[in-house]
Design a protein around this ligand. Sequence first.
Ligand SMILES: C[S@@+](CC[C@H](N)C(=O)[O-])C[C@H]1O[C@@H](n2cnc3c(N)ncnc32)[C@H](O)[C@@H]1O
Length: 274
Amino acid sequence: MKKPTPNEIGQGYDAFADLLDQLWGVNLHHGYWEDASENVSVTGAANRLTDKLADLLTIEAGDRVLDLGCGIGEPAIRLATAHTIEVVGISISGRQVERAQERAVSAGLADRLSFELADAMDLPYPEESFDIVWALESLHHMPDRAHVLRQVTRVLRPGGRVAIGDFMLLPSAGGYEAGAARVNEASKGVLSVIGLDAYLAMIRAAGLVPVATEDVSKHTRPSWAKAEERFAALREQAVPHIGKEQFDLTLARFRAFSQEPALGYALLTAHKPA
Ligand SMILES: C[S@@+](CC[C@H](N)C(=O)[O-])C[C@H]1O[C@@H](n2cnc3c(N)ncnc32)[C@H](O)[C@@H]1O
């Protein structure tokens, strides 16, 4: 199945911009729940996932961070509130970049945060210009993860660090290939997943050294059912905006993913050799 191009992904996010706020709030990534019955808000659980990934990373005062696929800037704002760092965020959605910039101003962090419209497939930054690359739930969108990871290595300083939150393929009945095919079919090519070993091999092939790996699948899985429930409640606002067909397709996709045993989620960190 053909994967959408970066421009198509950007147009999709631009079109969904206001609905996404109502659906999921300011973070555009999964939440972390201890279990499906835990009484934590979506925003609380999503912030917790940001914090879990940040806790796996060494962040030092003065670090220059590239946020690859920054959404409307919430993870960058959270990181820059907790640490005296500079963050450059990029997104393929122009609307997200505008909103992230406005939100950085409102948070009083505009002197340390900036956001740009750019394609992670072709990073417009010189070699060795960042201490950290942070990619929370964005790599799955990109046409070629291995290529993006090589770009990441290029822009990192020696000794620089990488933090990734991404979907991954879990073993399931029928084997890896059948699981990957189901996920690909349900997402119409939007979500391409690989197993953890393949992911780690890809990180190594890009010239990086894996450091920490955490399988958080069972903690992020409740996100799909919550998204389905919240999206169903938005039917009246959503249908005039995106059409009935797209609405039904999205709802069905959330349901399929919440029940898909092959779809997991990993937090990963790595470093570039000094
Ligand atoms: C699921 S959202 C995650 C946003 C943000 N990391 C967060 O956690 O709130 C995916 C993000 O990846 C960005 N993205 C997807 N493909 C991209 C590309 N080729 N280059 C830059 N950003 C991209 C989208 O525009 C969006 O901001």
